[in-house]
Design a protein around this ligand. Structure first.
Ligand code: SF4
Ligand code: SF4
Length: 455
């Protein structure tokens, strides 16, 4: 990176940027046995493959104002310029300038943009994976509308193909592809746990019905760590008198293919749900309390399928909100105050920001919003696969401090979210900091407060 580039990127504090910007740490993981040259060529080829008109426009549009830095929890909490969101895309940008931009021939002929090296790509692994949850807060703030989160997602494709993925994230993605679940929730395990939760909570479970209007999916975190979610979903569906089912051939909604950057695995994971829903003639597919599952199917599902999906896709919070609005949920009133942690992929990235608030209102809870909430909510720091990467723990905890500060300020009785990954990150961070708060699930809150006999 030249001094001129640094000046452009950090106009707000140039002197500080000149002395303190540094390349990311060199610690990184590699997969496969590609040579250094093959790794670089593969990454570049895949970076360039993803340069459609939109990505190219983004690449040309940055005015180097630096606002995105102040939107990113990793930058704000460390003040380290290497965590400036647009800087995370530097190798991607260099590939564009050198290989695909309108002046690519010129840059190549005069070697004005030298080729990225394997060492640089290895070093950038920390920026593209460990310190980006693809939360989209920077994308929202950018005055030029540059969707940095999406570009990071595209950059991950090239990194995956080049075998440059943090090992834990690669391992869970590979396991999901091989076993059908990243955390060992295979179809047999899932079936056993459905039966167990049905018995434990005395609720009728529907599984593998041949026909149903509603197909309900789960995240492996729920199946393995918060299994009551299965009973809660069944309670709600039964309460509403719906024709519904879980399916052992389409239950896992998490998509580590997407998070790791492997488009083929992403497709495989989405198609399992799509195929199962079509097979049973489902009119609606309910996505669980999982943020990225929502993005993967609701907003990318039709692209994967190649045409519009023949069913509605609803996040569970949207589904509950619709049901409450239509009078199909009979709920007890809960005389407490609550704050809601917006999962980035459901609210800011997904557009379902109002839904959980409608559910909270239907429960009669007093809503206390944190200073930044809704679309401007701070990410918990564990999304985008970051929670799986152990070496990212220190920066993840650092980012989480913003959440603790803002939640402590408003002193609500309860804190609730609608993403099991966020919930797990809250639980883990709560233990780490010995914080005296407990994150709860919106679905669980609804299921625990159903009026059993609406009549
Ligand atoms: S906020 Fe947008 S325009 Fe400003 S530096 Fe970041 S990416 Fe560039
Ligand atoms: S998407 Fe989120 S985590 Fe990634 S750079 Fe932007 S603000 Fe930071």
């Amino acid at each position: 990176m030249s001094t001129a580039d640094i000046n452009e990127k950090h106009p707000l504090d140039l002197d500080q940027a000149r002395v303190s910007i540094k390349k990311p740490e060199t610690r990184s993981d590699i997969q496969g046995d590609l040579t250094d040259q093959e790794r670089v060529d593969t990454a570049m080829r895949n970076f360039v493959k993803d340069f459609g008109a939109v990505a190219a426009t983004y690449m040309e549009a940055c005015v180097h104002c630096g606002h995105c830095a102040e939107a990113c929890h990793f930058y704000v909490q460390t003040q380290d310029p290497k965590y400036t969101p647009i800087w995370k895309l530097e190798p991607f940008k260099q590939a564009y300038k050198r290989e695909a931009g309108p002046f690519a021939w010129f840059y190549r002929a005069l070697n004005l943009k030298r080729k990225v090296t394997t060492r640089e790509l290895e070093a950038w692994q920390e920026l593209i994976y460990d310190s980006c949850t693809m939360c989209g807060r920077c994308s929202l703030i950018c005055p030029m509308g540059i969707d940095i989160a999406t570009l990071v997602g595209l950059a991950r494709h090239g990194m995956f193909q080049a075998g440059l993925v943090p090992h834990e994230l690669w391992a869970v993605a590979e396991r999901a592809e091989r076993e059908g679940s990243p955390l060992g929730a295979t179809a047999d395990v899932f079936e056993d746990r459905v039966e167990w939760m049905g018995d434990e909570h005395e609720v009728e479970m529907n599984i593998d019905l041949d026909q149903a209007d509603v197909m309900v999916t789960l995240s492996s975190i729920e199946i393995q760590k918060y299994p009551k979610s299965m009973a809660d979903l069944a309670k709600v569906m039964n309460h509403m008198g719906l024709s519904w089912t879980f399916r052992t051939d389409g239950y896992e909604a998490t998509n580590f293919g997407m998070l790791s950057g492997n488009s083929a695995w992403q497709r495989d994971m989405s198609m399992k749900i799509i195929d199962a829903a079509i097979k049973i003639g489902a009119k609606t597919v309910i996505l669980p309390e999982c943020g990225h599952a929502y993005g993967a199917l609701r907003w990318q599902g039709a692209n994967v399928y190649g045409k519009p999906l023949p069913f509605r896709v609803r996040h569970i919070s949207e589904f509950l909100a619709e049901a409450a609005r239509e009078g199909k949920l009979k709920l007890k009133k809960v005389d407490k105050s609550v704050t809601f942690h917006d999962p980035c992929q459901v609210s800011r990235r997904g557009g379902a920001t109002q839904a959980p608030r409608d559910v909270i209102s239907a429960l009669g809870l007093e809503m206390r919003e944190t200073q930044d909430h809704g679309d401007y909510n701070w990410c918990c720091g564990g999304g985008g696969g970051v929670i799986t990467i152990h070496r990212a723990d220190p920066i993840r905890y650092k980012a989480f401090e913003i959440k603790m500060r803002q939640i402590d300020e408003i002193e609500a009785d309860l804190m609730v979210t609608s993403c099991a990954n966020c919930r797990q990150n809250f639980d883990d961070s709560q233990q780490h900091f010995q914080w005296d708060r407990k994150m709860e699930s919106l679905l669980e809150l609804v299921a625990d407060n159903l009026i059993e006999d609406p009549a």
